[in-house]
Design a protein around this ligand. Structure first.
Ligand code: SF4
Length: 246
């Protein structure tokens, strides 16, 4: 499988992805952002003490969930010791614990935990992916890294476009990453001015998925009570209603 080592190669390889399995494999073979490649590999080499006996994934983390999803959950980027360790998005960290417990309560996941790529987790009507596919230092990708990675997101949305009805953006970064999708995938001009991100914010346009804002499931938000399980239940209830998921 050819690796993507430059922004142009990302554009070309993403455009050629024929289905989600092909896209996921292509994402996993991406080396286009030198700073993020160094970081993901260093984290995988040094490891956290609690995971010292584990082999880290240390690569880009593809999306997860069925190809006929009606709801998409858009995050920022994988966590250094979560997705970057386990190879599955939001898997193996506290953020994922909160997210998958909520998806389970909403009937969108078959189990309330997500601890390893082979733990039997399956999603219903829902696909999760991130705007940037490699773990960034301090959870802060640069604008250049965000733009280099965007073709993977755009191709992923294109592939699930036939069923996709609602996108839940986890945090302001994901909310902002959605607007270029309108142009690249749906050939529509994004609204101007851009609607502001907020928890519970809702934007809808003609013939495009609805966009719902949700505070990110980071420990910073969930430990402080800024984001509660009840608030997540409200967002996913609203997403199901808009997507006409039972
Ligand atoms: S962030 Fe995206 S574009 Fe950059 S190396 Fe990772 S997968 Fe490739």
């Amino acid at each position: 499988m050819a690796e993507s080592r430059t922004p142009d190669q990302v554009v070309a390889r993403a455009a050629r992805a024929t289905d989600l399995a092909d896209l996921d494999a292509a994402v996993s073979g991406c080396f286009a952002c030198p700073r993020l490649v160094r970081w993901r590999e260093e984290v995988a080499r040094v490891r956290r003490a609690a995971f010292r006996d584990q082999e880290y994934w240390g690569r880009p983390v593809p999306g997860f969930g069925p190809g006929d999803a009606r709801i998409a959950i858009l995050g920022l980027a994988p966590a250094a010791h979560g997705g970057n360790r386990t190879g599955r998005i939001f898997t193996g960290d506290r953020s994922g614990d909160v997210l998958f417990a909520a998806l389970y309560r909403a009937g969108l996941a078959n189990q309330p935990t997500s601890v390893a790529a082979d733990d039997g987790l399956a999603l219903r009507d829902t696909r999760i992916f991130s705007a940037v596919r490699c773990a960034p230092p301090d959870n802060k990708p640069t604008p250049e890294e965000r733009d280099t990675c965007a073709p993977w997101l755009h191709r992923e949305v294109t592939l699930i476009r036939p069923t996709l009805r609602v996108v839940v953006a986890l945090g302001a970064f994901a909310w902002a990453a959605w607007w270029p999708v309108l142009r690249q995938v749906y050939e529509q001009r994004p609204p101007s001015p851009r609607p502001a991100f907020g928890h519970g914010a809702h934007w809808s346009g003609a013939a495009v998925p609805d966009l719902l804002g949700c505070y990110h499931v980071s420990q910073q938000n969930t430990f402080t009570g800024r984001l509660t399980p009840g608030m997540l239940d409200d967002v996913f209830g609203r997403a199901k209603q808009l997507a006409e998921v039972d």
